[in-house]
Write a protein that binds this ligand. Sequence first.
Ligand code: UD2
Length: 269
Amino acid sequence: MMTPWFAPIVWNSTYNIDILNAQFHQRGVRIGITVFAIKKYIVFVKKFVETAEKFFMAGFDVNYYIFTDRAEDVRQNNFTLNKGRRVIILEVPSYERWQEVSMRRMEMIRNYTQERFINEVNYLVCVDVDMEFSDDVGVEILSDLFGTMHPSFYEASRQHFTYERRPESEAYIPDDEGDFYYAGGFFGGTLEEVYKLTNYCHNAMITDMGKNIEARWHDESYINKYFLYHKPTKILSPEYLWDNRFGVPGILKRRRFVAVPKDHNAIRN
Ligand code: UD2
């Protein structure tokens, strides 16, 4: 429930949502959530927004920032939104390789954070689009800088973490370091902290590209490097990022945000 640097690990029943809601409402907090729907991944947007309207930050003002290269198709969805919530479609370029699509999210989030999001929201939540909400995800997740334990590694020991292990890479983590293995698909924080994280990850990727290196798990590897030396102030348990292919272990009382099954080859090509 608590890291050695005193950051809470958020599990069911570790917090009182009524107290937290009152505090965040008092501050008039507005929340932005970013997702990328590039190329065929536009098929996931409808369910993502529909389920978020039921479960994500209920009662708060939310801006959905949907980055896409197919704005017209995304607009066709005719989203029905609760009061105080908006869909904002941001047209961005696409990249040929899925790995680069995933990695370039860092650059785009960084740029829009500085140019736009900073004027519109107080916190940013950055997630994958091939997901659906199936239980509440509320202000209990918000903190200066938060990351999420990867559902495959929350019980694993350090030597099994799939960090980048080549010393030449900017994402390199030595064998005897590392706290958790964090997922690439759910992180966030204040605008300042998200700017710093995405700026670091993007610059590290560009440096590696110049050396013809692509880190083992792309953006996720750079996020893990960043979090090692800039420790998150809150950590989300795998309740916040689950894949039903892993079954439902006893420790998991809630599955709040789960992967939508996909045929990797068909959807990425
Ligand atoms: C994992 C991470 C992901 C990223 C990736 C890097 C989780 C749940 N996911 O996901 O965040 O770190 O590993 O290898 O932790 N996308 C498009 N169009 C494309 C390809 C990708 O829009 O053609 C976007 C989309 O928002 C997608 C995200 O990039 O959700 C990540 O791609 P993925 O879901 O295919 O990667 P995956 O499942 O390996």
